[in-house]
Ligand binder design. Structure first.
Ligand code: ATP
Ligand code: MG
Length: 140
């Protein structure tokens, strides 16, 4: 099966606790390769746009505040079946439900401050990668 891409964010709760390397190691150990990476301070406009699908959810406002509360690391990951592979190593949205050996089980603080984002489909991965990266920033 050919390598595919997904999009990942190491969220502010993780960067705040100096866990960028620890989280990235779990991604790499799961068979994913970081082919682009940058640490950014997301703007409110970026966070609003990125989470636009959740606009009607009750937690939307808080989620945006959380995502701009500190730096994040946005990454493009490549690997066999990258979307599913990444979702598996991330674990369930709520860390209380996350399996042993997953990033959220190891590091998430709460259902909101859950350390990582990962695209939920190849279609959304492409949209999310294009949202944060120019093609010439993805160097393989
Ligand atoms: P992500 O999209 O970040 O990879 P996910 O697909 O597991 O996570 P979604 O349902 O898409 O979860 O929710 C997006 C994000 O919104 C979650 O990762 C979490 O940070 C936040 N969130 C989800 N549900 C809740 C909730 N009930 N209360 C507070 N925040 C929530
Ligand atoms: Mg999601």
């Amino acid at each position: 099966m050919a390598a595919t891409r997904t999009f990942s964010i190491i969220k502010p709760d993780a960067t705040r606790r100096n866990l960028t390397g620890a989280v990235t190691k779990m991604l790499e150990d799961a068979g994913l390769r970081v082919i682009a990476s940058k640490r950014i301070q997301m703007t409110r406009e970026q966070a609003d746009g990125f989470y636009a699908v959740h606009k009607e959810r009750p937690f939307f406002g808080e989620l945006v505040e959380f995502m701009i509360s500190g730096p994040v690391v946005v990454q493009v990951l490549e690997g066999e079946d990258a979307v599913a592979r990444n979702r598996k190593v991330m674990g369930a949205t709520n860390p209380a439900d996350a399996d042993e050996g997953t990033i959220r089980k190891a590091y998430a603080e709460s259902i909101e401050a859950n350390s990582v984002h990962g695209s939920d489909s190849e279609e959304n991965a492409k949209i999310e990668i294009d949202f944060f990266f120019d093609e010439d920033e993805i160097v393989g």
